[in-house]
Structure formats: C-alpha cells, structure tokens
Design a protein around this ligand. Sequence first.
Ligand code: KMH
Ligand code: ZN
Length: 287
Amino acid sequence: MTLNNRKVITMENPLIITCALTGAEVTRERQPNLPVTPAEQAVAAEEAIQAGASVIHLHVREDDGRPSQRVERFAESISEIKKRVPEAIIQISTGGAVGESIENRVRPLGLKPEMASLNLGTMNFGEDVFYNHPRDIVALAAKMHEYKVMPELEIYETGMLESAFRLAKQGILREPLHFQFVLGVPGGMSGDPRNLSHLVAMLKSAGPAGGGIHWGVAGVGRYQLPLAVQALVLGGHVRVGFEDNIFYRKGEVAKSNAQLVARIARIAAELDRPIASPAMARKLLAL
Ligand code: KMH
Ligand code: ZN
C-alpha cells in the first residue's frame, strides 16, 4: 500500500515472526526452559521455525549462562542451528548485554550473518544504562553495510526512530529499512497501545519516501501478547521469545519459545495474515 507516496507494509503482506530465543538478561532460575548452549539453541530454533518463525534473533551465552559476544560462540550456535534448520534467517545481536564493550559487540559481524540488530540510541535499561554512542551506531551501520548484513533497527522510543530517519537521510542507513519497536523496557516507551500507534503513524508521515519500510513489534513482559495482536491488525510483524517475555500467561512460565510462536501463528491465521516462510521473509526483506 502507498500512503502519501510512502510505501508501508500492510495486511496483504505475509507475517514475519521473529523468535528471540535467549537474550542477555533472562536466567535459568527464572525460566528453566531457557536455551543456553548452542545445542539447546539449535533445538529451540528448529521448534520455533516449525511453529511459524522465520527469523531467529540470537544472543549467545557461555555454558554457565553468562551473556557472551565471543565470536567462536556465535559461530558454534549458528552452525548448530544451520545443521537443524538451514533455512532459518539468523539475526545476531550487536546489543549484547548492557556494559559490553563496543569492540565485542562489533566483532561477531565478521561472521557475516544475514541480519544483525542495530540499536539507535542510549537509554536507561531497567536499573542499568544501555550505551549506544552516535559514533558507535554509525560504525556498526558501516560494518553491516560493508559485510552486506541487513540491520534490524531497534527502536525503544520515538527519538530513536527520528534518529534513524536522520541517518537514512545522510545515507548511513539504506532502504529498505526494517524497524523493530521494542516496547516495555523500563527506561523506554511502555507497551501502551497508543505508543505503537504513534510510532507506526510516524513511519507513515515522517519516514523516508523511497524503497519501503518494514516494521515489527517486540513487547516486553506482559506487553508481548497485546502488542503482537495490535501489530497483526496494523499490518506489522511480530517478535516473541524468552528474551522479551518468559511467561505464557500471568503466573505460568512458558514451556518453550515455540509455544509463544505457535500462539501468534494461530491468532494470525484467524486474522487472515499468512505466515512468511523463511524464503518469503528473505524476499520481503530483500536479504
Ligand atoms: N540486551 C539488551 C541490553 C539487541 O539485541 O540488539 C540489548 C538487546 C538489543 O538485547
Ligand atoms: Zn536482543
């Protein structure tokens, strides 16, 4: 659909479900089914893809559960996942855990995954500060361009979206732009439905007018399901998984990442949103 000459992805487009398997913050104590080792992540990824996901947002951990940005660990996880589900689109995290050095966050891009996250600003992140210096954002974007890695633009509040528009104007980010609205982190925008509506309206009114914009939403904690349903209705894509939410419903810890994916796939079917296979997602995102 075109709105004021701006192409915006809408209902007739297939739904890309991203599964954020592990994250950097969740512990086994809180979520006993959290995949930690490369072998566990491969099983979880296969289940998630079978349930309807096409993109795996990947953080890695050391065996003891500590968050890691070690290149070898990413390589191991990617290789294990590819053995089980070669078709999966792997999106590595360059955000890592709060406090991770920018050098360690950049290095795994050398593996040249199809996608990687790119965080668009500094913010309070719960009790911590998640640093994303403008210089580092530009450096990460340049590396991704050099390695032909598609950035997923992680947006936690409106100012970050406007920063992305500025970078696109300067040619530092190139279209098509793929936004992920991560809502519900204490320090960023909450998962109030008006916040998602506002961000989507901004895409339409202020986003670049060129080659297409894609967007999805990742609701944190109790916001995950309502925001996902809102995105389904508004024509956006959806991210679920233990990185953002460990519960199936209030008080009930989810059994697996796939259980969260499967619920979105079911609701999407009811709303006549077809689910994108990994091949379709590649086409849509021009990977
Ligand atoms: N762990 C958060 C501080 C990303 O993957 O790029 C950052 C994060 C974003 O998870
Ligand atoms: Zn992440």
